[in-house]
Every structure is written in structure tokens, then in C-alpha cells.
Design a protein around this ligand. Sequence first.
Ligand SMILES: NC(=O)c1ccc[n+]([C@@H]2O[C@H](COP(=O)([O-])OP(=O)(O)OC[C@H]3O[C@@H](n4cnc5c(N)ncnc54)[C@H](OP(=O)(O)O)[C@@H]3O)[C@@H](O)[C@H]2O)c1
Length: 221
Amino acid sequence: MSSVAIVGAGPGLGAAVARRFGREGFRVGLVARDRERLDALAGALVAEGITAGGCAADVRRPEELAAALGELAEALGTIEVLQYSPVPHRDFMRPVLDTGHRDLVGPIEFSVYGPVAAVQRVLPGMRRLGRGTILFVNGGTAAVPHPERAGTSVAFAAESAYGHLLHERLAAEGIHVAQLVIPGAITPGHARKDPDALAETLWSLHRDRHGFRHYADDLDS
Ligand SMILES: NC(=O)c1ccc[n+]([C@@H]2O[C@H](COP(=O)([O-])OP(=O)(O)OC[C@H]3O[C@@H](n4cnc5c(N)ncnc54)[C@H](OP(=O)(O)O)[C@@H]3O)[C@@H](O)[C@H]2O)c1
């Protein structure tokens, strides 16, 4: 049985992706910091017939994140799909001239060290399986830097470069790496940016397996 790990699993996109992959028979592993909220989400999924479990970790602590993914793999089986989509902290989004080098520590830990730690932890299992999917989810500043959101702009650019390198390097091994850029806000009821619509898009990225960067909506929306 295959499992999907959702790093940054909350009530919005994380829950929708859990349900979408769960519907396809995936076991679902959830990672976020708040254990009670994780347990509540896992419990709701289990009540719907999805095999699910949560493990608390802060993505800014790479060892903690890697250990959580190890625990989930132990409990749910080898992680075939990794989605990295924690919601960035508000204080990462400062104007560029108010951003000093220390202000970039958090964004870089969050968007570079976290993804690298997660990928390194799950990759050996994907290689053993001979297949896998790694999905990065980012806001629009990954594609167009925003002067009022310097931290995410800089760190998402680095995360995008890392993902692109992985995409090129791992395609021949049957491991597909893709990025979904969501311009503007996730919006319930929106045709393309409702959490369920985005989960459908992420499912299709996993299923169709072509190209690295994909946009959930027009960039100027
Ligand atoms: N929301 C938007 O409008 C929007 C717009 C564009 C792009 N996106 C992208 O969509 C994804 C998020 O979707 P969503 O907003 O619907 O969120 P969500 O899936 O409802 O929740 C994301 C979860 O990330 C967890 N998280 C935050 N910081 C973390 C950390 N340091 N370590 C571990 N987990 C952490 C939070 O849980 P804890 O507090 O328990 O850790 C939160 O519940 C992200 O990739 C984001 O870049 C969102």
C-alpha cells in the first residue's frame, strides 16, 4: 500500500490533499507542529475510511522533520508521495528594505533546509520502490518576487531552484518532482483556487507526471 506524506497539513489545502489521495487508496501521513490539531484531522480522515496518522514536527528543525517522516513511513508504509506545503509565517513577508540578513534565517530554514531534509529522508524509500512523486507548493512570489514580501520571495526562489534540480536529476528514476504555484489567496468556492480544486490539480500532477512548474491560476489574479 502506498502512502503520501503532507508536510504542513492544516484544515485548508493539507486536508483537501489528504482526502484526494485517500480516495485513491493512499495511506495519509500528516506533519505539522500542533499535535492536537493533527490528531483531530487524522481522526476525521479515519472516520471517513482513510488510513491516516499524524506526527508533530517543526519544519524549521530538520532533524525533527526527518524523524517524523521516518515514523510515518514506519507506521504507514514507504512514502511514495511527498508534498511540502507548510503555510509560511507572516513575519517572513517584510518589505525588502526592512529585511536584514537575520530576517532571512527563518524563510531559508522553512523553504530550503526543511525541503532538503524531507527529500533526503524519503528519497531512499522512493528509490527502493522505483517510483515516487515530490510536490512543492508555493505562493506567487516563487515566480514573481514581491517587494513587500522579501523573505518568501528570496526563499521560494531557492526552493524552486532545488526542486527544479531534483526534477532534472530524478526523472530517469521514475521519481517526478513538480511545483504548484498558487497566485493570490487560496479561496473557498473559487473555480481553480478552492482547496478541493487545488487538491485535484496536485493529484493530476502526480498522475500525469510532466513538467516542473505549474500554475494554479493566472499570475496577475
Ligand atoms: N493560504 C493561502 O492563501 C495560500 C496562497 C498561496 C499559496 N499557499 C500555499 O498553500 C500551502 C498551504 O495551504 P493552506 O494555506 O491551505 O494551509 P493548510 O494546509 O490549511 O495548513 C498548513 C499548515 O502548515 C503548518 N505549518 C506552519 N508552519 C509550520 C512549521 N514551521 N512546521 C510545520 N508545520 C507548519 C500549520 O500547522 P501548525 O501551526 O500546527 O504547524 C498549518 O496548519 C503552502 O504551500 C502555501 O505556500 C497558500
